[in-house]
Design a protein around this ligand. Structure first.
Ligand code: SF4
Length: 212
């Protein structure tokens, strides 16, 4: 692809929304971990910009949805949290008010943004309301009485599907924690090296744990 002139690549993974979602083709934790490793390797070795819509949470500081960094505007002018999260409050429409007003006043977006606080969302490798924290999505949908805007999202609230999503999200959690710890270790090490280079650290014994 690079030889043919590609300069940008974007990884997406299957999301269990839409008509007849098939859980069997969702990524396993091992496959998602491999995707993260592969993206990191390509970034280190190839002249191409690569984005990974789910595993780049550490770069974007977690989920972007709910107006934190972006929204999804449907063909009928409703504003929804994300291109994959098809829930809405009926008054969140740019036919009724400005986009800025929707962003400020939406009960749904405000409930989501309150839960995007780092204290709540402590691991940015688990950013997603659908696949990583489906219980949190159900909680806000119930809290603000949001409507599903298409049948393929309404099922996210069904008990059987909710249980399956929760089970898969819980399986990803320890793997995501391990990756996030390794990223934090890496960042600490390079922060310390920068401090040494700037002459801000005199005694290497004080930071040897961070350099291991
Ligand atoms: S809800 Fe999921 S798919 Fe949507 S922006 Fe957040 S992480 Fe991405």
């Amino acid at each position: 692809m690079i030889e043919k002139g590609a300069v940008l690549g974007w990884y997406f993974m299957y999301m269990p929304i839409g008509r007849d979602p098939d859980f069997e083709i969702m990524l396993t934790p091992e496959q998602r971990k491999y995707m993260w490793q592969r993206t990191t390797k390509i970034r280190n070795e190839k002249p191409i910009v690569i984005a990974d819509f789910w595993n780049d949470g550490p770069i974007t500081d977690g989920c972007l949805a709910g107006g934190r960094r972006y929204v999804h505007i449907t063909a009928d002018c409703h504003v929804e949290p994300c291109a994959f999260v098809h829930f809405r409050r009926p008054e969140d429409s740019i036919r009724e008010k400005s986009l800025l007003k929707v962003l400020k006043e939406s009960e749904l977006f405000n409930a989501m943004r309150a839960r995007q606080d780092p204290a709540y969302e402590s691991n940015p490798m688990r950013p997603c309301w659908i696949v990583d924290r489906p219980w949190a999505l159900r909680e806000v949908v119930r809290e603000v009485s949001a409507d599903a805007s298409e049948a393929g999202s309404a099922h996210l609230m069904d008990e059987k599907i909710a249980n399956e999503l929760d089970r898969r999200a819980k399986a990803w959690e320890p793997v995501a924690n391990e990756i996030w710890e390794s990223i934090q270790r890496y960042n600490r090490k390079y922060d310390r090296i920068a401090e040494i280079a700037q002459g801000n650290i005199q005694n290497l014994d004080d930071i040897k744990e961070d350099l291991l």
